[in-house]
Design a binder for this molecule. Structure first.
Ligand SMILES: [Zn+2]
Length: 275
């Protein structure tokens, strides 16, 4: 299996965003920019349910990932739920997500965002780092089991944990694939992700002035382009485009609210930069 088998084959879509604000306005502007659809990513049970409602309301344009962001187990993070969670309580998230899925299968494109984040824990004491890592891993495995069971793709948050996130997938299942969204790792891990049939998510970071290393990674992966390549050309290779809006607005708009229609600018920047 390849990640592109799980996702639409045509058109430029936003493969990872967090929808908010005036949805009809956001959709209208995205359509004007030629964006064929948007995939909302949940961060907890509440946003999973909201994502489903949005996708049910606008079934031809919005689908949603359902899941719990790993940052719920990172102290000082706004999503932090605490370290008191038992394995059973983490397991229970799977039951809750499965229930959400069963109530609205057609609204759900996949599972996430899930994964692991070692960036925000790097300054914590040793014990807190270990606690955070073990809870994040448990939660990630719960998502992998659910994705395997439901045959759905994953959207994976892997900041400073790309290798670890890939190892867990490869070890646990061969049938489920994911997009390593907002990928910022090195060439070796990028290649390992693509070679394993998983995907990479390119967002506004690729346009940032200080993102030369990341641009070099993609240069090495895709080689020289003509500038005429379609989104599908990249999907087949496992490369997808996203905004992660409202975060990570592209260069020139940094600090502003990001919107799904900016995926068009990200795609054009990517193709033009690499030609
Ligand atoms: Zn996100």
């Amino acid at each position: 299996m390849h990640i592109s088998d799980f996702l639409p084959k045509n058109g430029l879509f936003d493969s990872h965003c967090h929808l908010e604000g005036n949805i009809e306005q956001v959709m209208g502007k995205s359509r004007q920019h030629g964006v064929s659809g948007v995939f909302n990513a949940a961060i907890d049970i509440k946003t999973s349910k909201n994502g489903v409602l949005l996708a049910q309301k606008y079934p031809d344009y919005i689908k949603t990932f359902i899941g719990i962001d790993p940052q719920v187990f990172i102290p000082n993070h706004e999503f932090f739920l605490g370290f008191h969670y038992s394995d059973n309580q983490v397991e229970d998230f799977r039951r809750q997500l499965e229930e959400i899925y069963s109530s609205a299968k057609e609204a759900v494109i996949g599972i996430g965002e899930t994964g692991m984040d070692f960036y925000w824990i790097k300054d914590l004491d040793q014990e807190s780092q270990q606690k955070s890592k073990s809870l994040q891993l448990k939660l990630y495995e719960v998502h992998l089991q659910l994705a395997t069971q439901l045959k759905l793709p994953l959207t994976i948050h892997s900041r400073r944990a790309e290798k670890e996130c890939l190892e867990v997938i490869v070890k646990n299942t061969l049938s489920v694939k994911g997009i390593f969204h907002s990928f910022t790792g090195n060439y070796e891990i990028a290649k390992a992700i693509l070679d394993s049939g998983n995907g990479l998510g390119v967002n506004g970071i690729i346009t940032f002035k200080n993102a030369n290393d990341l641009r070099d990674v993609y240069k090495k992966i895709v080689g020289k382009l003509t500038g005429e390549e379609s989104p599908e050309f990249f999907y087949q290779k496992g490369i997808f485009f996203e905004t992660d809006s409202p975060f990570l607005a592209p260069e020139g708009k940094r600090g502003e609210t990001n919107y799904p229609y900016n995926v068009k600018d990200i795609f054009e920047f990517f193709v033009n930069y690499l030609k």
